[in-house]
Design a protein around this ligand. Structure first.
Ligand SMILES: Cc1cc2nc3c(=O)[nH]c(=O)nc-3n(C[C@H](O)[C@H](O)[C@H](O)COP(=O)(O)OP(=O)(O)OC[C@H]3O[C@@H](n4cnc5c(N)ncnc54)[C@H](O)[C@@H]3O)c2cc1C
Ligand code: FES
Length: 287
């Protein structure tokens, strides 16, 4: 990060709820907007005492100097973030962090997103589409009302395959079922990218392994510093201990230790519950 970036105000220039759980925000951060590539993320703090949380750079606008983030309200910090409005500012907004996604030379790919994972998959699909690859974007949601960024995804792909678990819109079934159909129809993908809940990524990986298709997944372990110093985001990949914040967040799906990852993600459940309770109590006091 350039030190000058600290002087910016990180003003929220746009806030748009996408569904009851997910919100899009555009933040003024011209230096990050100028540099960020697909697959990278930022770490923000809402206020001076706030927790640092990583969020993917969904989109940048170099001319306007803005960075788009799309977040799901899952706990204290994302709820606190969501309490801010257009015109207000974030305390810190650091990035771009992480290694950009390797997209060079790919001609035909499937990009698979599940729920909020679609917001993280979107910039990867967009970058591949812009470099001329044929992009099949498979986006899965529980139900029709939860579908987000449909137009953005359509513009970032050669073909958008929308799926709903309950069959209320598009393909009825899981993203893995849609991907299986496409593979069995003869589509030969150079690579598959899968981003979403751990079980979804695990099942995509199981399917693509049967067809010998290289698969990349985006790991989102809990992070603290985002610079490889604290060790909080370590993941076991191919028997090696790597740090998702500097070696990732993308990893070869075949090499990921899914059980270890699931175990680590559940490690702070008690603290996270306490933190939401604290946030709700603080909100109630201010009313
Ligand atoms: C590289 C990276 C990119 C990410 N990009 C996005 C993004 O673009 N949009 C978005 O909404 N979220 C993204 N996340 C996840 C996001 O950082 C967490 O949702 C956030 O830190 C939760 O903070 P909280 O205080 O609101 O909730 P917490 O109280 O910390 O957690 C509440 C719930 O969310 C789960 N959770 C917490 N952290 C994570 C995590 N890292 N991954 C999965 N589940 C988690 C907890 O297990 C718990 O169930 C990303 C994470 C990483 C590591
Ligand atoms: S977040 Fe600290 S090492 Fe990755």
């Amino acid at each position: 990060m350039c030190p000058r970036e600290r002087d910016m105000s990180y003003k929220i220039v746009k806030k748009q709820p996408l569904n009851p759980e997910i919100t899009l925000m555009k933040i003024e951060a011209p230096l990050i907007a100028a540099k960020a590539k697909a697959g990278q993320f930022i770490i923000l703090r809402v206020d001076e005492k706030g927790e640092r949380i990583p969020l993917t750079v969904a989109e940048t606008d170099k001319n306007a100097g803005t960075v788009t983030i799309i977040y799901q309200k899952v706990g204290a910090t994302t709820l606190q973030l969501d309490s801010l409005n257009e015109g207000e500012s974030l305390h810190d907004f650091v990035g771009p962090l992480g290694a950009p996604t390797h997209i060079e030379g790919l001609k035909k790919v499937a990009v698979v997103g599940g729920g909020l994972g679609c917001a993280i998959a979107y910039p990867i699909a967009k970058a591949l589409h812009e470099q001329g690859a044929e992009v099949h974007l498979i986006a899965g949601f529980r139900t029709k009302d939860l579908i987000i960024i449909e137009d953005m995804m359509r513009n970032a792909s050669s073909h958008l395959y929308l799926c709903t678990d309950d069959g209320s819109f598009g393909f009825s079934g899981f993203v893995t079922d849609q991907l299986k159909e496409l593979i069995e129809a003869g589509n030969q993908y150079d690579e598959v990218f899968a981003i979403g809940p751990l079980p979804m990524m695990k099942f995509v990986c199981r399917l693509t392994k049967q067809h010998n298709i290289k698969t990349t997944v985006s790991m989102n372990p809990i992070m603290v510093d985002g610079t490889g110093m604290c060790g909080c985001c370590r993941v076991e990949v191919g028997g090696e201990t790597l740090f998702a914040c500097v070696d990732g967040p993308d990893f070869n799906a075949d090499l990921v230790d899914w059980d270890d990852l699931a175990h680590r993600q559940a490690s702070y459940k008690a603290e996270e519950t306490a933190s939401i309770k604290h946030h709700e109590e603080a909100c109630a006091c201010q009313k």
